[in-house]
Design a protein. Structure first.
Length: 198
């Protein structure tokens, strides 16, 4: 798939991607824990589709949600997607040095902890109807093993950062392999391409 855009994105790092052109591309490159379903419900978790999380469990007080990651999920460099990536993604977005424009949208999320390598637990300050949506939609999961060596305050300007070009090995998930260029994002499916008979 080739996507033509009217302008070049300023960033492909999800916490900094705020313009629609950037979000359109990062939504293709990075997976969420869960995706909004066909009914477009954002209240509770009803209708959400599994993405990186194969299942989730609410705490008895509705102030925590444990996300159990799909053990097959890998970054395209072969490194497994882990609960520490979820914790890192949330911490990165909350880091004032990064200056994420979406920070006000996740203020109800208190913290994310790692229970084990495949289980991340999100803790909330108060129960709200859209707390599940606030986490799974606003926080795209990024690779800690590739980003953690760059201080958040330097991510906007770091050479070879994820700001202008996103390397092929960044994409998470189990089935898609992206390639990016300056003006287009090409998605290559692992399914065979069927050509019409002539």
């Amino acid at each position: 798939m080739v996507i033509a855009q009217p302008a070049e994105p300023a960033t492909l790092l999800p916490p900094l991607a705020w313009m629609s052109i950037e979000r359109q591309i990062t939504d293709l490159l990075y997976d969420r824990l869960a995706e909004i379903g066909d009914g477009l419900n954002t209240v509770g978790d009803r209708g959400f589709k599994k993405q990186l999380a194969e299942r989730w469990e609410w705490g008895p007080d509705s102030l925590s949600i444990a996300f159990h990651l799909d053990p097959r999920a890998r970054w395209h460099d072969g490194v497994p997607v882990r609960a520490s990536d979820v914790r890192y993604s949330f911490a990165l977005m909350k880091d004032a040095a990064l200056g994420a424009p979406g920070l006000p949208l996740i203020t109800n999320i208190d913290s994310v902890a790692v229970r084990d390598s495949l289980t991340a637990v999100a803790y909330f300050k108060r129960h709200t109807p859209e707390q599940f949506y606030d986490l799974v939609y606003q926080v795209l999961i990024v690779p800690e093993h590739l980003l953690s060596n760059t201080p958040p305050g330097q991510m906007k300007t770091a050479p070879n950062s994820f700001m202008c070009r996103c390397p092929e090995n960044v994409r998470s998930g189990t089935a898609r392999s992206p390639r990016t260029s300056r003006l287009t994002t090409r998605m290559r499916s692992t399914a065979p391409v069927r050509r019409p008979a002539r």
